[in-house]
Design a binder for this molecule. Structure first.
Ligand SMILES: [Zn+2]
Length: 415
């Protein structure tokens, strides 16, 4: 995800450029330079940048229309295959979804009109047909690609714009989940066609778009089915009511202890008067292990901006909130094996006390896991780097004292 860079904050959205986009620019620049010299290379690059400016305008069309319905667009990312506006959620009202989907292509229609009416570019699409024609001026080609963007985006391949309109129209008669399933199937069929055309014509961009449409259709389809599943269910119904809570003043040691002794991966942090002060996530606890040895408290590392829901509110809203950063990412990272391994280490305490010696192989055998996996677990857990080195040196000298391996945990036991 971090392969994209922010290049500014415009109209409430973070404008990001994916690293591979620079690769595209470098490729186009180099290829034209070698074939036709520097002047052509700069002309081509200028054209590609103008084209992507139109793509950005298209995405802002979606974002600004979504804002009218109270939906924010945290970021817009430029990829070599086009732009991607990440809306906080997709409007469920079919009419709103259609408006948001059409707002993007509408921007390109406006750009085309401005070029035709304002700059006297010939408006006949037939004359604009060939992008490769070198006799065409910069503006003529720009007008042509804007028309192309409209036509291409309106292909009913969900989740492209045309596919969204298609889904919204279907949703009117068959419900959103079924409509999405059908639109996604149609999208995937068209993706296959794109892929085929891409292979036949040797166009790598078309192949990338095919893969992207195929995967995105699948992901969004399962997302919507999930939403359908929780229709009519309240947040309260899915809520956990028995859990371990922490206080802001608790030490991180205590939090590590709680992490080991429970199956929770998020801990509500509750003030003395019972109000929620924040959430402490497993990844934060693990990331701040150094801080734990220096007496840091829960309040130092907890998340304070926690989205909240009404007890009787729809559970769907909880799913929407999962798409927000922070909590979502921490909840999604599958680190449960790590914590299970920690919990196991915890149970080895009697061995540690008896001063027993064990090799990695023996430890692995005891836990019924592969030695290589045991090795990884030990490297990943909160074990201090010095101890890891000792374990790794165990290749020459296979015996490690368990006490040394578990040294960092002793602090937790005494906390
Ligand atoms: Zn669009």
């Amino acid at each position: 995800m971090s392969w994209s860079f922010s290049i500014g904050h415009i109209l409430g959205s973070d404008l990001r450029v994916h690293a591979t986009f620079f690769l595209l620019l470098a490729w186009i620049g180099t290829a034209t330079w070698l074939a036709e010299g520097p002047a052509a290379a700069f002309a081509n690059l200028a054209f590609v940048l103008a084209l992507f400016a139109c793509v950005v305008a298209h995405e802002f069309g979606h974002a600004l229309m979504a804002r009218r319905y109270g939906i924010r667009t945290p970021d817009i990312t430029l990829l070599p295959i086009g732009g991607m506006a990440r809306l906080e959620k997709i409007p469920e009202n079919p009419r709103e979804e259609i408006a948001v989907a059409l707002a993007g292509p509408a921007v390109n229609v406006v750009i085309w009109l401005v070029l035709v009416l304002g700059f006297g570019v010939p408006g006949n699409p037939a004359e604009l047909a060939s992008l490769e024609d070198p006799s065409q001026s910069f503006l003529e080609r720009l007008a042509a690609v804007n028309l192309f963007l409209v036509v291409f985006n309106m292909i009913p391949a969900f989740p492209m714009d045309g596919g969204r309109v298609f889904r919204a129209v279907l949703a009117g008669s068959m419900g959103r989940a079924r409509a999405t399933r059908w639109a996604a199937r149609a999208g995937q069929a068209i993706a296959f066609l794109f892929g085929y055309l891409g292979l036949v014509s040797g166009n790598p961009i078309l192949i990338l778009i095919a893969i992207f449409v195929f995967m995105a259709a699948m992901a969004e389809s399962s997302d919507v089915e999930m939403q359908d599943l929780v229709k009519g269910v309240m947040a309260r119904d899915a809520m956990i009511t028995a859990y371990e809570a922490l206080a802001p003043s608790n030490t991180l040691h205590a939090a590590e202890m709680a992490l080991l002794s429970t199956t929770q991966s998020e801990f509500p942090v509750v003030d003395a008067d019972g109000t929620l002060a924040g959430i402490l996530t497993k990844s934060a606890i693990i990331a701040h292990h150094q801080g734990a040895t220096q007496g840091a408290t829960v309040a130092d590392v907890m998340l304070t901006e926690v989205p909240s829901l009404e007890l009787t509110g729809p559970l769907e809203r909880a799913l929407d909130a999962l798409h927000l950063p922070d909590i979502a990412t921490s909840a999604r990272k599958p680190n449960s094996t790590l914590v299970k391994a920690l919990a196991r280490a915890f149970h080895w305490k009697p061995m540690q006390e008896s001063g027993e010696f064990a090799t990695i192989t023996e430890l692995a055998a005891r836990e019924g896991i592969a030695p290589s996996y045991m090795m990884r677990v030990l490297r990943l857990t909160l074990i201090a780097p010095a101890n890891v080195t000792a374990i790794l040196e165990g290749k020459q000298k296979p015996e490690v004292t368990l006490a040394r391996v578990l040294e960092p945990f002793s602090a937790i036991w005494t906390a």
